[in-house]
Ligand binder design. Structure first.
Ligand code: HEM
Length: 358
């Protein structure tokens, strides 16, 4: 059997069993992690050492799906980070080499658990993790449907453009539905203690890479730009795209480099489909406002309030302190909802539709 097969088989069996067992112990203690427990410490180290042996054997072996292998090695490295045991540099270097060859960050990203996950890999066997991944993944697919519909509008007739706006609207309503279903079914404690910790930043051969989140794909930004709600000349928004670039799947990178046609400019030209355009803006703003107020706040910001200050500082998936992440996300809510604030597209939108989107 090849080194890759040995490793991926371990990942689907002993790795998930070991993580699931450790999560059970942490949850029973009501903590994100338990220290100074002889049995648990041994199990954390065994996971690190068994995985390191298998990953290191892969070395520079070539594979027909290097992005999939990067995800697999990335899951192992993220689990080491989650249990706070340092993976050996030789194992980190396998991820480093794959990331370099692909031109992406050398870590697992959300795509490896969702849209690019043919082996249906997970960290644990916990239903909460599966629920979280599935609903996030449904949201991503729906954003991608909306972006695909909007992308085609500039090259079709007026009648077809109407159908494409309607398609985009239905897709953004589906994003909201997936977010709502997640908010209603995800257990906040399980998410906070047993799922979120696998998504943290970690080091690969000396450089720290920020954590994974469901926003790491191009479609949501294509929608922002196509609707004219965000602007590549805006330093805030430019930073969002440049920062995100290494974390999206390789085929999404050209989409972040090449902005779509500005549909607001088309509506401004002759007013065609202004109402449909506005309905799509409203749905985009509503889905993202829901993300902020009904997912980020109750599942991340609120539980964080009861954490000790030293752990709180290292809490977010991206790495910056929580209040910085929250400020960035609320600025994105304002832009996507075209709130009547300086720097948003609210005035342009109001001029063509006679009404604001929010
Ligand atoms: C419990 C559920 C969720 C929580 C706590 C959550 C939290 C977050 C956080 C904290 C960020 C900012 C990343 C950072 O800088 O740390 C983020 C970004 C993002 N999330 Fe979520 N999220 C959740 C579910 C979802 C779902 C279901 C979707 C739907 C696809 C989604 C879509 C996004 C998008 C699009 C961004 C990035 C915005 C951008 O860069 O354009 N999230 N999320």
């Amino acid at each position: 059997m090849s080194a890759v097969t040995d490793f991926t088989r371990w990942l689907s069996t002993e790795f998930t069993a070991a993580n699931t067992g450790l999560e059970g112990a942490y949850f029973a203690a009501g903590q994100e992690i338990v220290y100074d427990d002889h049995d648990l410490d041994q199990r954390k180290r065994a996971l690190r050492d068994d995985g390191a042996t298998l990953v290191t054997r892969i070395g520079t072996t070539s594979t027909d799906n290097p992005y999939d292998l990067l995800g697999a090695v990335g899951l192992y490295l993220a689990a080491c980070r989650r249990h706070e045991v340092d993976a050996p540099e030789a194992a980190q270097a396998v991820a480093g080499r794959l990331g370099l060859a692909l031109g992406v960050a050398p870590r697992f990203v959300f795509a490896h658990l969702s849209t690019h996950n043919p082996a249906a890999r997970t960290f644990t066997d916990l239903p909460d993790e599966q629920l979280f991944i599935d609903h996030n993944g449904l949201g991503v697919l729906a954003y991608q449907r909306a972006a695909a519909a909007l992308r085609r509008i500039p090259s079709v007739t007026t009648a077809l453009a109407a159908a494409l706006y309607d398609e985009a609207l239905a897709a953004l309503d589906a994003v909201l539905a997936a977010n709502r279903a997640l908010a209603e079914s995800l257990d906040p404690d399980r998410f906070f203690l047993n799922v979120r910790p696998y998504f943290k930043p970690h080091v690969v051969v000396g450089t720290e890479y920020r954590g994974a989140n469901a926003g790491d794909f191009a479609a949501v930004n294509e929608i922002d730009l196509a609707l004219g709600l965000c602007d590549l000349g805006d330093p805030f928004y430019q930073r969002i795209l440049a920062e995100k670039y290494p974390y999206v799947p390789p085929e999404d990178q050209p989409r972040l480099r090449t902005p779509p046609a500005d549909l607001l400019a088309l509506v401004e030209r002759d007013g065609t489909h202004a109402e449909r355009y506005l309905a799509v803006c409203r749905a985009h703003g509503a889905a993202y406002a829901f993300h902020h107020h009904r997912l980020v706040v109750p599942f991340l910001a609120r539980p964080a309030e009861s954490m000790p200050p030293d752990r709180r500082a290292r809490l977010t998936a991206s790495g910056p302190p929580l209040d910085v992440v929250l400020a960035t996300l609320s600025r994105l809510v304002d832009l996507r909802a075209a709130r009547d604030r300086p720097g948003t597209a609210s005035e342009r939108v109001r001029a063509v539709t006679g009404t604001g989107p929010g």
